[in-house]
Design a protein. Sequence first.
Length: 735
Amino acid sequence: MDMNSALGTFFDESRELLAQMEEILLRAEAGEVAADDLHALFRCAHTIKGSAGLFGLDAIVQFTHVVENALDRLRGGTLDFTPALVSLLLECQDHIGALVAAAAGDRPVVAEDGGTSLHLRLRHALGERAAQPADAARAPGGGEDEDEDGRGGDAAVVRPDEVMVESSGGVAIGAEHWHLSLRFGPEVLRNGMDPLAFINYLSNYGDIVHIETIVDALPDLASGDPECCYLGFEVALKSEAGKAELESVFEFVQDDARITILPPHSRAKAYIALIESLDEDQRRLGEILIECGTLTRKELETALAAQRAEASQPRLGEVLVGQGVVQPPVVEAALVKQRACDDRRAAEARSVKVPADRLDALIDRVGELVIAGSAVQLQARGARDAGLQEAAAQLLRLVEDVRDGALRLRMTRIGDVFGRFPRVVRDVSRELGKDIELTIHGADAELDKSMVEKIGDPLMHLVRNAIDHGIETPEKRAAAGKPARGTVALNAYHESGSIVIEVGDDGGGLDAERIYHKAVERGLIAADACLSPAEIHRLILEPGFSTAEQVTNLSGRGVGMDVVRSSIEALRGTLDIDSTPKAGTTMRLCLPLTLAIIDGFQVGVGASTFILPLDAVVECIELPRGLDDTDYLSLRGEVLPFLRLRKAFAIAGAEPQRQNVVVVRASGRTAGIVVDHLDGECQAVIKPLGQLFERVGGIAGSTILGSGEVALILDVAQTLQQATSGGNGDPARPS
């Protein structure tokens, strides 16, 4: 990995860690923080600081160091969470984020005044009388605290003054210094890392008492590779640093090296485990420990004797329970936590980060494969060869599996977007003097990652509107008999091959009468226009429409809503408004799950072919006769409005004697689409229509059929809107 790639990884991981910090701090403010959260909070700051040190990002290192000190005291129990401290730590988290963004080039350079002010406020909160320098040893990597076996966890580091539990091999021995056993992998040099640089950097944490170079793996001159590393080191380090700080030095080579760090006066079995884990001769390794001054010869012999007796001794947990030191449930809880940590690490090891452009290229190729597969199946049907048709069908099934697998790679949780709003609701509600609670449901619902990135801004606007102009002040809510605390709700769920995202509030609702008069005043509708409540509510989506009496620094309900609608429609989605006076408003976004490939249902009108998303199709029926002058029919006693595609798209030609109605459902509405003939299921690779046709209502895109012909893909949500509003003509107008 080159430095540029490593720097990009640092920026990505820092953003993830900052998001985790924000989530924990918000839980702490609500009184829901646990001990594990405090450890995780500290590790987030520690990892950012240590990793930033590798790249020489001094501003991040120095500022985060003071934050890290505060978080260390929090997890140690010497500092308590208070609302003021949480607010201050959130500001610090924002500042770290700004420093990271500035280093990444996403923002201008952050002024030092803000960081200095936060430092002073943080030190005051810590009870420090004088400002301490923000110097922090810049480690070339950051990482989590790890257990004695080198794996992550919250196990405490054994200090010289701690009481040791003596059991088989558990006697505290060794010198006052740390012992580091380093075995660098052969690829470490090719990955741009210098082992000697890491060892030299240890001097920043203390004095290197002794160092032994291990050359056992060094091959002869003829077979050696100058680009491979064959060296190992045994290092004795006298330092007051903690284990986490020393581990952070080797963060960026931990995958290419075996690093073992033993604290001063470690247990005898820890030294034995070190000797047994290495490939070199055990006697020689024992002599090296003696040469380093880590062990005396007598201590080594004692440890070896304890090792030989180990087989007859019970496990440490059994000894502690037998002695009454701990209770069995405590041991069991520790084992459960250890297994959970192991499972988490195993899951992380199975994850692979893939650049988005490579994934997009894969989806494009899979789309072309789908088209080619459809062409092969069409040719097989024309050849009337049973064997060829069977082979083509098998090929198409495999292509479908590849398609589904490729699309799942692009799917991500909507919770990744929802996660940013708790902080928004907290900050904005405090700014406006309101008490607002955010509830989130359906965060596990998935949709295409490309859409997740594009709906963030529209959702942000809707949430801010709900807070600013949807929910009343506590005084008005109390006067109306409502709880003083208002609620903003985010909800997501799948429906008919789409994902529905709702932004709701329990505020005063939209004032339909006021919206109507404002629309008349602006000339948007005639003074005698007869509109339904839903149609009146949709007037706020017109450009620049607003009923706000005063301008705030937040977008008012209606201000910029046309931009929200345009953003949603650009994703082939719809925006519906459901509002009840004095009860609240719900903004409902309906979006397709993916922008790439869909299962479709092919229909025809005259010589034209259309594709409907298969998930939106409910059933197909024959159009009853005698309905030439109506746009609705009776379906099992229910009124079903329908849209005639021939009339809507002005398709020339006479209507056939028998026509079909495809019943579709989306966004909570059901309607019919009248077509000439039904051609069955198909796979459709969605192609954009281009700028000239991108705002054509009712059309989501186009696709190429197996025959090479082009078919239009209908936007079911917009088509339903036209059908239910009696819009049987002119669908080509922008919606």
